[in-house]
Every structure is written in C-alpha cells, then in structure tokens.
Design a protein around this ligand. Structure first.
Ligand code: 6GU
Length: 273
C-alpha cells in the first residue's frame, strides 16, 4: 500500500517510522511519503492560510498550495478506479472512523492524506478532487484536535495492521473488538500472563483449569460485563438473536432487561458492579 501525507508539520509524522507501521515500511509492505505543504508556496513567508470569507475567528488553509501539492502527488502514478488513490481528509466534521472504514481503506492500494491545521481547508479543494477521485472526510472521535496529523497516525495504524503480512499471526485480528463478526461486537475482556501471583493478586481460576469450553464461556461473560459498563450503546444495538441463555442471565445480573421486541435495555434500577 502507498500512503502520501501532505502537511505543514512533516515531523509530526515521524512516529510512522516506529513499531508496527515502521516495520511494515521497512519490509516494503507500506510505502509512506510525507510532503511539506510549504514546498508548494511561492511567497517569502510560505503562506498557507488566510482570513475566512464572511468573517469569524481563525484562519482557513488556501486553495493554491493544496491544489499544487495534490496535483503533483496525484501525477506521480495516476490511476483511476479500484487501483486509484483515495483522498482522506481528517476533520472533526467527517464520517466517524470505525473498524469498518479501516477495513474498507485497507483494501485500497493508495491513500493520500490531507490533514488541515487552523479552521480547515477552503471547501473548493475537497469539491475539486471529489470530481476526480474518491474523497472521504473522516473524524476520529467527538472531540476537537488542533490539526489532522494525529488522526493520520491513528488511521494509518488501524489500516496498516490489517494489511497482509503486517501482523505476525493472520488470526490476530479475527476477534478484535469491533471486527465485523467479532463476538457480537463486544469489547474484549481482561487478559493475564505470568507470574501466577503478583502483589497478592492471582489469576481467575478458570484460566488455569485447562477447560477450553469454560474458558470461552468466562471470556464471553467478561466481554459482556465490560461492554455493558463502558459501551451500553453496543448492547442496545445488538441483535438479541446472538445472545444465548447464559448471556441473558449475565445481562440480567448487570441490570439489563429484554423489551417486547427482544432488544436489551438497561433497567433504571440496574445493579452497579
Ligand atoms: Cl480528523 N481532526 C481534528 N482537527 N479534530 C478531530 C478529528 C480530526 N477527529 C476528531 N477530532
């Protein structure tokens, strides 16, 4: 996969040399090129922003440098269709970044990231490139960052670990929390390793039992518990057909009840754990 990032802070992307993404680059599975947007300015101050039409606070990134930068990146290996690039524009007003979108992007051969600083990029830039290639505006969560570079790091790591050969074990992301078809979209439960006792704390006995059926059951119950506590929205949107008898018991203990349609809702008097 090829990744281009156009930014006014190239050094912000230095972490792409480290860890999983760094190894994917070193092994040739990922070709990352970071470009300095100011390289496409022509004035003494390398200006990339200007005041917003209509007034208001902050600055807006100018069309000129972005247009020249994206034209040049695109011209270097331009293809259309499934082999062509996708322009990814990180913005808090974009489509939520999910595992589903990560899987979608991991199937494309070439991503071009356009992270903005200031109040964003002049709208005409997105409109112009959307006539040529797929453009996806992406938000990584309901909070506001000072710029899109951290989002590029997040999206790149989520996508890179899905590429063939990047994770050591092909099974490793089969039961990721949020992987399509994962244990009914539950969060993963707790994990333990040696030593068997640490500062007086032991390991849940079932994990030492060697009884695979009971271990799977325990893991599922723990996943339910954690999901019900931290992400009740995931339980509420679950198709109740995926819950077995023991799941229903666990949910009931945690304060959830089935409504007539079958979906589960948290009882107002629910037991806190
Ligand atoms: Cl992608 N960019 C910025 N600036 N803030 C964000 C974001 C992106 N996603 C959530 N907040």
């Amino acid at each position: 996969m090829r990744l281009d990032v156009v930014t006014i802070f190239p050094e912000y992307l230095d972490p792409l040399d480290v860890s999983l993404v760094g190894k994917a680059r070193a092994s040739g599975r990922l070709d990352v090129q970071v470009h300095d947007l100011r390289g496409w300015t022509h004035d003494r101050h390398n200006t990339v922003d200007d005041t917003p039409y209509g007034g208001g606070p902050g600055m807006v990134m100018k069309t000129g440098p972005w247009g020249e930068a994206l034209d040049e990146v695109l011209a270097d290996g331009y293809e259309t269709g499934a082999r062509g690039p996708v322009l990814v524009v990180p913005t808090p007003s974009g489509r939520p970044f999910t595992q589903e979108l990560a899987v979608e992007l991991s199937g494309r051969p070439w991503l071009i990231f356009a992270p903005a600083r200031y109040e964003g990029i002049d709208r005409r830039v997105v409109e112009e490139y959307a006539t040529r290639i797929p453009v996806v505006e992406v938000s990584i969560g309901d909070y506001v960052l000072a710029g899109g570079e951290a989002a590029v790091l997040v999206i790149t790591e989520a996508v890179a670990r899905l590429l063939p050969g990047v994770l050591g074990n092909a099974e490793s992301h089969r039961d990721d929390s949020f992987a399509p078809g994962a244990m009914a979209d539950l969060l993963e439960g707790p994990v333990y390793t040696k030593p068997p006792e640490w500062r007086g704390r032991g390991i849940p006995g079932v994990l030492l039992s060697g009884h695979h059926g009971r271990i799977a059951r325990w893991r599922r119950d723990e996943a339910f518990r954690r999901t019900a506590l931290n992400r009740p929205d995931l339980i509420e949107r679950c198709d109740p057909a995926v819950f077995d008898k023991k799941d229903r018991e666990t949910l009931s203990i945690l304060g959830w009840s089935p409504e007539p349609g079958g979906r589960f809702w948290r009882r107002p008097d629910g037991v806190e754990e």
